[in-house]
Design a protein around this ligand. Structure first.
Ligand code: GLC
Ligand code: GLC
Length: 819
């Protein structure tokens, strides 16, 4: 069943049942100020770092799962009845409930007893604040006397400390209230220069800043005493739980609409100008006040919202497809790039499954996220590449993550993942192919952020390659280290202590565990670096990379092939993993996708054989599972992978991140039907009808869909923050639809189902707009062999770089009837 529908024209998903199987969320903000918001207004906000600058509180693992958010309450001051227009937390029976999740905004609307309310939530561009614009319409025949209450609960900045350090935190909370604005200023008296503000456009009947005064003792958000009695108590928080609530009285005539604006924001003062008057303990509000005043004006809000919509129209215009398949078109044109933006911003920090406390920016994660983002805002991708590379270690290795606020690498989630450095090469290559901006290679970038260690980015890439070459095992394959892409394949851990982290515990030394997956990844990266070296005229390096890639390819051919698929690895003792010799975990998806993407097995037919094995053994209606047979017990020498019950996560779940690798592999062997078939199995829009089984949002990819061994096959988890977003975008746009930026031009190499006829694509690239018409007879399964570019025939399938920026380039691409 469905819980809503796509509104393609407005680029919104419209949820019409508030009680979705799980909270279905959206993101607010895309620069420095962010929030997550569920379809019933749950969620929280933060400035840049979800751990260190959390503005509002949220309790994960709560019951109900999604409680605490940006709630407004309405109260009929005549009857005393009150409700939440967003359904939660009061859960009244609403009419016409709808939550429209759009790009960077959500609109939640409903009607109750003749009163309609619509709240628009968004973050205006360039600002560190969020707007809640509430419109209340009286659809009754008589005038209505209503009270409107806002509510939030402040977080004392460091979300980890806030959730644990109660002996201190119950005594430090401080606020100020001035001219109707609530300022949260915990720790501002000492070392913090920042505070939060919560403002309202209307004169107040009252306010509250102490949570227990607002809710009343032993009450929850479903029946705050303040709302029940229709009067605030003007409480001022001293310790305990600082919160914010405004009370506005509304008299609305029949048919009339009143608009009320609330602002929640983050502000900083210069360290030496924190207080007004100086020497006092009162926040100096002179810097922030003009911003607050500005956004409390309806016209400014309306304009900022239009600007946000226009911004997305522009961003999405970079790559548009009209294929006639609605699931392809809406994901490629709207939702997949949107999710790519979110993953680029958040890495794996804040979602319904990521607490904002656990993980910063992952080295490999952010490098891969960039693949789906770079075409949208290359300048931000450039900045990110420099940030990531600045955390690289002098060995070429990497910290596994860094904190966005400090930009410093750390080992909190482990170290020594030997695949990490290779992803940086892929990311820089993608940036160069998209932009042609080779100047980035000369940027002086430090190692481990240490001043004095700066070397050109180009050298960082070289060290990434050398890192792998210097760490090879007895078969000549790359040593796996802590783990490779699969964090849970821990071949050196041998952990026997309950609760111990597989990522940070000391590895056993002396082993020879090797990864076939890293070998494939290395071939891709080395070939990318060879092209980059050639661009720089560094022929010697190009030659070195090409021969290193060729050598690794031979090693895979010799030691990575199991007979009908690529092996996964060799364990600590040098025994094969992912082999017919094993009793469980005989075949893994990752090396099939990665090795074939790298071109291994294309010339000797093994690629096709491996893909047939994938289809027979790993493919399910809900996507391709990681491995088979699932591990049924704990394997000490394999680590975390065997801790998950079968069918979940890395133990034979559909780990969606890996599926696009197989889609790309299918295009490499020319199987457009197979590639699109896999694409549609995990495409969220194509799974919309299964929402009661899938349970996650039908507009974004999930990291994992439970596999066939699970008790709940087809159930999605970890939606939003996953490399699945970038890789699916890459698979569908670059390999299936086939529009691929390269150093020398735009490759037009679709590999689509035979049944498809003509289709069109638009791609802005290097300052020009390519309008591409693919000419294809339904039934033809061949590839593009010739183009007509602005009327001139070009052999092959590479549309040349634009002669002049701003050009409009018409391309016709002709698909031959036979391969
Ligand atoms: C998670 C991690 C990612 C890893 C994957 C497989 O998605 O964020 O880095 O590659 O799991 O273990
Ligand atoms: C993988 C899992 C992720 C987990 C990490 C560390 O990346 O997918 O959920 O946090 O491993 O165990």
């Amino acid at each position: 069943m469905r819980y809503g529908h796509f509104d393609d024209a407005r680029r919104e998903y419209v949820i019409t049942h508030p009680d979705t199987p799980l909270p279905w969320i959206n993101y607010l903000g895309s620069e420095e100020y962010f929030g997550i918001i569920s379809n019933t207004a749950g969620g929280y906000s933060f400035y840049r770092d979800a751990r260190l600058r959390r503005l509002t509180r949220y309790r994960y693992n709560n019951a109900p799962l999604d409680l605490g958010g940006r709630y407004v309450y309405l109260r009929d001051d005549v009857s005393g009845d009150f409700w939440s227009p967003s359904w939660q937390p009061t859960q009244r029976e609403l009419e016409d409930y709808a939550c429209r999740h759009g790009l960077g905004y959500s609109i939640i609307s409903s009607r109750y007893q003749g009163i309609s309310a619509e709240t628009l939530y968004f973050v205006p561009g360039g600002e560190t604040l969020e707007i809640w614009r509430v419109r209340v319409t009286n659809e009754r025949a008589e005038p209505a006397k209503l009270s409107l209450f806002s509510s939030i609960e402040f977080c004392l900045w460091d979300a980890q400390d806030d959730a644990t350090n109660f002996q201190r935190n119950y005594s430090v909370g401080e606020v100020e209230v001035e001219d109707g604005v609530i300022y949260h200023k915990t720790e501002y008296r000492e070392r913090r220069d920042h505070f939060a503000f919560f403002a309202c456009s209307e004169p107040l009947a009252g306010f509250d800043t102490q949570r227990d005064a607002f809710l009343g003792p032993y009450r929850s958000w479903d029946r705050p005493i303040t709302v029940e009695r229709g009067a605030s108590s003007n409480s001022i928080a001293h310790g305990w739980q600082p919160s914010g609530s405004h009370h506005v009285r509304l008299e609305i005539g029949p048919g009339e609409t009143k608009e009320v604006i609330f602002l929640l924001g983050y502000a900083e003062n210069p360290r030496d100008a924190k207080f007004d008057p100086p020497g006092s303990q009162t926040i100096d509000k002179r810097l922030v006040r003009p911003t607050i005043d500005r956004y409390l004006q309806p016209a400014v809000v309306a304009e900022a919202f239009e600007a946000l919509r226009a911004r997305w129209t522009d961003l999405l215009g970079i790559c548009q497809a009209q294929t006639g398949n609605e699931h392809v078109d809406r994901m490629v044109n709207v939702w997949n790039p949107y999710q790519c933006m979110v993953t680029f911003n958040m890495s794996r920090s804040a979602s319904l499954f990521e607490s904002g406390i656990g993980r910063g920016m992952g080295f490999r994660d952010t490098s891969q996220d960039l693949l789906g983002f770079v075409h949208m805002i290359p300048s931000r991708a450039r900045e990110r590449l420099i940030d990531v590379a600045s955390t690289q270690l002098p060995t070429g290795g990497a910290y596994h993550q860094y904190q966005p606020l400090t930009k410093r690498g750390n080992n909190d989630v482990g170290s020594g993942f030997n695949d990490d450095p290779a992803w940086l090469v892929l990311a820089v290559a993608a940036y160069l192919k998209e932009t042609g901006d080779t100047s980035i290679l000369d940027v002086a970038v430090p190692y481990d952020n240490r001043p004095g260690t700066e070397r050109p980015l180009y050298e960082h890439l070289q060290r990434s390659i050398v890192y792998t070459l210097e760490r090879r095992g007895p078969h000549g394959l790359p040593l796996i280290g802590r783990a490779d892409w699969n964090d849970c394949l821990n071949l050196n851990c041998f952990s026997e202590t309950p609760g111990e982290s597989f990522q940070t515990t000391e590895n056993r030394s002396g082993g020879v565990a090797e990864s076939v997956f890293i070998a494939g990844l290395f071939v891709l990266a080395a070939n990318d670096l060879a092209e980059i070296a050639a661009l720089r005229g560094d022929g010697a390096e190009a030659a070195r990379c090409i021969s290193a890639a060729a050598e690794m390819r031979d090693v895979v051919a010799q030691h990575g092939w199991d007979g009908a698929w690529f092996r996964r690895a060799y364990d600590f003792y040098g025994r094969p993993v992912g082999s017919a010799e094993n009793d469980e975990g005989q075949i893994f998806i990752e090396p099939q996708g990665m090795c074939i993407m790298a071109g291994i097995g294309l010339d000797d037919g093994r690629a096709r054989v491996a893909l047939d094995s994938v289809r027979q053994r790993l493919a399910t209606p809900h996507g391709i599972v990681v491995l088979q047979p699932a591990f049924t017990r704990y394997h000490l020498h394999l680590g975390e992978i065997s801790t998950y019950p079968g069918g979940y996560k890395e133990n034979a779940g559909v780990f969606c991140h890996t599926n696009p690798w197989v889609m790309i592999a299918e295009t490499r062997v020319g199987n457009g039907d197979g590639a699109l078939d896999y694409y549609l199995r995990i495409n969220p829009s194509a799974r919309e009808d299964l929402s009661e089984i899938h349970r996650g949002e039908p507009y974004v990819y999930a990291q994992m869909i439970a596999g066939k061994d699970a008790a709940t096959p087809g159930e999605a988890k970890n939606t939003w923050l996953t490399g699945t977003a970038a890789w699916n975008f890459t698979a569908i746009s670059q390999w299936i639809l086939g529009i691929r930026p390269e150093h020398a031009g735009l490759r037009i190499d679709p590999c689509v189902p035979a049944a498809w006829g003509d289709f069109t694509l638009t791609r802005r690239f290097r300052g020009a707009t390519y309008r591409i018409a693919v000419r294809k007879h339904a039934g033809a399964s061949g590839r593009v062999t010739r183009l007509r570019v602005d009327g001139r025939t070009v052999g092959g399938n590479l549309a040349p770089l634009p002669a002049s920026p701003g050009a409009d380039i018409e391309v016709e691409a002709f698909v031959e009837a036979t391969p």
